[in-house]
Design a protein around this ligand. Structure first.
Ligand SMILES: O=C([O-])[C@@H](O)[C@@H](O)[C@H](O)[C@@H](O)C(=O)[O-]
Ligand SMILES: [Mg+2]
Length: 426
């Protein structure tokens, strides 16, 4: 390939943004009034611009900026070179902070987290260079629409000190059923996930039963993010036998999950104890999890997430997809990845409905939900376009938000000083 046919990175811009978020509860606290993300623009000497999206925590932002400098001069078709450049940029890194998950996920790979938005942007650029959608670069779409699930949260009626939001409170089974109805009416989702780990397990079982009664045909999942002991997890698992399609991270750690898995009949899923390639051998050996939730933001991008999918297939494990609060660049990347991953067995998670539709960094219209699914964009690359005015607005909001690292626990403790995020709690 001659130099003129290459697309060398000439500039990388990393812009932190903040978008409004609602008081969604989880095992480590409550969502703050703004969620943070970083928008990565990779510009080539051939005049193209590729997009990536990642966490917005300050230590992560600094790493993305450093990695971006190391990537200048790299051809966007040289993904191994992108990987090398990112690793070089991390050589002296202590690895502390910036994982984007508040107190929750422990041990995802630093390099995989940092490389992810650059790999996505490089694939966006490759697609733009050759005039093909990212799904084609990932082996071709095996489905032209990607199904997502209704992601329910216990929530307060509004952020303390502010007016109630339009969703209102969901602190009991009736509130959750109301929330589910509203979200399903609006998006048409065909599966339901409940974020648990908020109330004692008996109350969450009651909520799941109420959802089962209200939505008899829809698969259900419950995810307490490791809030239960092994004994409690076994009890819940036995009570919800035949009710949930999987139980997600009932208890912390591979060993604990393996002990629960031996006693319950439904598959156990995780985005907490298997979050990096090094966790796969012990998890497989102990048959600790039967479903892995992939997430390209911490599994090293789209191609490494496909590698995870292949490993799951090899070892007979199911594959689902995890999410965090995100914007449209991530939704596009998730949708392309899911479309080109044949063994994706479940509707993907998304926090999308919790975001104000007016707040995004992509031009509206490319990604829409119909019957709970998003049509895979067919335009070159990711198929989404950066809205520069919106980027500037959300960056300004970041500057004034005062939030620099997601901390659900600290926010919760402003209102409940005694709150203890230690798990297992029950
Ligand atoms: O947004 C949240 O509060 C979720 O609890 C998120 O942080 C988790 O990472 C996630 O969605 C999960 O499935 O564990
Ligand atoms: Mg989870």
């Amino acid at each position: 390939m001659s130099d003129t046919e290459k697309h060398r990175i000439s500039e990388v811009r990393v812009t932190p943004v903040a978008f409004r978020d609602l008081p969604l509860l989880n095992s480590v606290g409550v969502h703050e009034p703004f969620a943070l993300r970083s928008v990565v623009e990779v510009v080539t000497d051939s005049g193209l611009c590729g997009l990536g999206e990642s966490y917005g925590d300050l230590p992560h932002l600094r790493r993305l900026e450093r990695a971006g400098q190391h990537l200048v001069g790299t051809d966007v078709f040289d993904l191994n070179g992108v990987w090398r450049g990112v690793n070089e940029s991390l050589a002296a890194d202590s690895g502390v902070g910036g994982h984007g998950m508040s107190g929750m996920v422990t041990d995802s790979s630093l390099a995989d987290r940092v490389v992810s938005p650059f790999e996505v942007a490089a694939l966006d650029l490759q697609g733009k260079a050759v005039g093909r959608p990212v799904s084609d670069l990932l082996g071709g779409a095996v489905r032209d629409r990607v199904a997502y699930s209704a992601y329910l949260f216990y929530k307060w009626a509004g952020h303390p000190g502010q007016e109630d939001d339009e969703w209102g409170a969901a602190l009991d089974p009736d509130g959750l059923v109301r929330q589910a109805r509203r979200i399903i009416d609006a998006y048409g989702f065909g599966a339901i996930k409940l974020k648990g780990g908020v109330l004692p397990p008996e109350e969450e079982i009651e909520a799941v039963r109420a959802l089962r009664a209200a939505f008899p045909g829809l698969p259900l999942r419950l995810d307490p993010n490791g809030a239960w002991s092994v004994a409690s997890s076994v009890k819940v698992g036995q009570e919800l036998d035949g009710v949930v399609e999987y139980l997600e991270d009932p208890t912390p750690g591979i060993e604990g999950m393996a002990r629960v898995a031996r006693e319950v009949s439904m598959p156990l899923a995780t985005n907490m104890c298997v979050v990096a390639f090094k966790h796969l051998p012990p998890a497989v050996r102990q048959d600790a999890v039967q479903v892995v939730l992939s997430d390209h933001h911490f599994w090293g991008g789209l191609r490494r997430s496909q590698r995870l999918g292949a490993i799951c297939e090899t070892f007979g494990m199911g594959l689902s997809m995890h999410s965090n609060s995100h914007l449209g660049i991530s939704l596009a990347a998730m949708t392309h990845l899911a479309s080109a991953t044949p063994n994706l067995d479940y509707a993907c998670d998304t926090h999308w409905p919790w975001k104000d539709p007016a707040e995004d960094v992509v031009v509206p219209g490319a990604l829409t939900f119909e019957d709970g699914a998003v049509a895979v964009p067919t335009a070159p690359g990711l198929g989404v376009e950066l809205d520069r005015d919106a980027l500037a607005r959300l960056h300004e909001q970041y500057l004034t938000s005062g939030i620099r690292e997601r901390d659900d626990t600290a926010y919760m403790r402003r209102f409940r000083p005694e709150f203890d995020p230690t798990v297992p709690r029950w």
